[in-house]
Design a protein around this ligand. Structure first.
Ligand code: UDP
Length: 385
């Protein structure tokens, strides 16, 4: 028998936690199940036992947003410390500043351009015959020309995604700006910061409500849905359907941990853009918490590969064939009653944390509104297609 006031949320990452909180505050009873032994999904943080450093266990997560509502929301549940993300990149045995900015351009071309000169120079490098870029490579060539593309993007992208940049959507490149100033902040958003006690503490605080029951180490079983008025699914979209149309492709990451004394690389993230270096980046976690003091340091060397059935999915690939399969799953989902799909895995989209929170808030409110009005609830708050 469906309990009219009980909702089941599968997954205790950002999406699941935010929906749980909104529904609990609206008076519903919420059961959150999580297969892993911690909340926070892939933004989980924990203290490294050996060094005491707060580690981003599943790779670097930096909170940045232009959404004042989302910024206010996260600040309700955690103290955020000022943090500006800067990324360095190695290519051909030299170190450069990312994202591409005036320093990078002057370093690469051995010049002393001022902003307008650099803009004109890069425009002259760009391949102007590409009017409407159809993929990542064309987008890069049209934006910055071959030299910058080959130095910073070609090898890294091949390693990160396991395919030729020509096979990838242009949208991935649009995550990174080209700047004609010495502003080397990785993100341009007005609100940026790092939760002082880590992301897991933030998610725990969101979930800390008397009407929320959290069960860790509890994988979903279909029988669980029968007792709930509605299910919010934040696992992989194809997993809800038992992968019966085939598997959507994901990239997973492997981290090789190592420690040292002092400061090993001098920054939080160093990218390795050459194709013949097998890792994509090295993260030195203590630089995410510059207000802390640690004699030891811990680093993760990161490599990407295709996710197998037992691997943790990190990045939806969204190649042409994945998009076709995605379309079939989206049609299936639209015909499924009683389930909403959300988050990076549930909608198979490359979402940042702030967008994830915004969509979870909107999705919870839309569901509550539809329920009050006795309307049918759609499977997606935002179409994944
Ligand atoms: N990218 C690259 N070289 C770099 C950094 C990024 O080619 O040094 C490309 C790559 O395809 C990557 C994408 O830009 O997947 C987005 O980069 P971002 O730093 O946003 O990746 P994330 O931190 O989400 O893994």
């Amino acid at each position: 028998m469906a309990d009219d006031s009980a909702v089941l949320i599968v997954g205790a990452g950002l999406s699941g936690a935010v929906v749980a909180r909104e529904l609990a505050e609206a008076g519903l009873r919420v059961r959150v199940i999580e297969a892993r032994d911690h909340v926070g999904g892939n933004c989980h943080t924990e203290r490294d036992a050996e060094t005491g450093v707060m580690v981003h266990v599943y790779g670097p997560h930096i909170f940045h947003t232009a959404d004042a509502g989302v910024w206010a929301y996260v600040n309700r549940f955690a103290t955020f410390r000022p943090y500006r993300h800067r990324v360095m990149a190695q290519s051909g045995g030299r170190v450069y500043s990312l994202p591409l900015n005036l320093l990078t351009i002057n370093q690469i071309f051995g010049r002393t351009f001022r902003p307008d000169e650099a803009r004109a120079f890069v425009a002259a490098q760009a391949e102007t015959d590409i009017a409407a870029p159809r993929n990542f490579e064309e987008q890069a060539l049209a934006l910055m020309g071959a030299r910058l593309y080959e130095t910073f993007f070609k090898g890294y992208t091949q390693k990160q995604w396991g395919c030729a940049p020509r096979a990838l959507p242009a949208a991935i490149l649009k995550r990174l700006p080209v700047r004609f100033s010495y502003d080397d902040s990785y993100f341009a958003h007005p609100y940026q910061g790092m939760p002082e006690q880590g992301y897991t503490a933030l998610v725990q605080a969101i979930l800390d409500h008397p009407r929320i029951r959290l069960e860790l180490r509890t994988p979903y079983a279909p029988a669980m849905a029968g007792t709930a008025a509605h299910v919010f699914w934040t696992g992989p979209l194809d997993a809800w359907f038992g992968h019966d149309l085939g598997r959507l492709g994901y990239r997973t990451l492997d981290f090789e941990r190592f420690t040292a004394r002092g400061d090993w690389q001098g920054c939080a993230v160093m990218n390795y853009c050459d194709a013949d270096v097998p890792w994509t980046r090295i993260t030195e976690h203590k630089h995410f918490a510059p207000w802390e003091d640690h004699a030891e340091t811990v680093l993760y060397r990161e490599r990407a590969r295709a996710a197998g059935p037992d691997d943790i999915p990190f990045y939806p690939i969204r190649l042409i064939e994945e998009k076709a399969l995605l379309g079939r799953y989206v049609d299936r989902a639209a015909q499924t009653e009683g389930v909403s799909f959300l988050g990076r895995l549930g909608t198979y989209r490359y979402l940042d944390m702030d967008v994830t929170i915004r969509e979870a808030l909107d999705s919870a409110h839309a569901w509550l509104e539809a329920r009050r009005a006795g309307r049918r609830v759609g499977a997606f708050a935002v179409s994944p297609l």
